[in-house]
Design a protein. Structure first.
Length: 149
């Protein structure tokens, strides 16, 4: 289990998160609205958290919350395996830990054990959602989190 704790964010993943946080109009063409992350093993057998998919920079406008949410939900659940994700939803950055009940135990343990260090590496997160089924990442859940503020 100690080896799980050495899994960190890749440089690309950190850069993508910075692009997700861009909110200034002059940088709108670089702003991505969501990203999905997974653990990957490189050629040296070192594990790190990398960006698996993301919204194309500048693809969504500020008022396209429904479209952004649907694309994010589809991207994070597509593989059926655990994933981390961040979404800029109604100007709040939400971190999602997606660990479906159907995933293998070893993967569940790995993602659960590194969730806090990964989240801690990403500054500016407004809310966290830990989900094991699609109902826990329903758009109404995100809306309820944002409305509390």
């Amino acid at each position: 289990m100690a080896s799980f704790l050495t899994i960190g964010l890749s440089a690309e993943c950190q850069a993508d998160f910075q692009a997700l946080q861009l909110k200034k109009k002059k940088d709108a063409d670089k702003h991505i609205r969501y990203m999905v992350m997974c653990i990957e093993v490189d050629e040296k057998k070192k594990e790190s958290v990398v960006t698996e998919s993301k919204a194309a920079p500048g693809h969504y406008k500020d008022d396209q919350h429904d479209e952004v949410y649907k694309a994010f939900r589809d991207a994070i659940t597509k593989s059926g395996q655990p994933r981390f994700g961040c979404i800029d939803y109604k100007n709040k950055v939400i971190f999602v830990s997606w660990v479906p009940d159907t995933a293998k135990i070893k993967l569940k343990m790995k993602y659960t054990s590194i969730k806090e260090p990964v989240k801690g590496s990403l500054s500016g997160i407004s809310f966290t959602i830990q989900a094991t089924d699609s109902g826990e990442i329903a758009q109404s859940v995100l809306d309820a989190k944002v409305k509390k503020v």
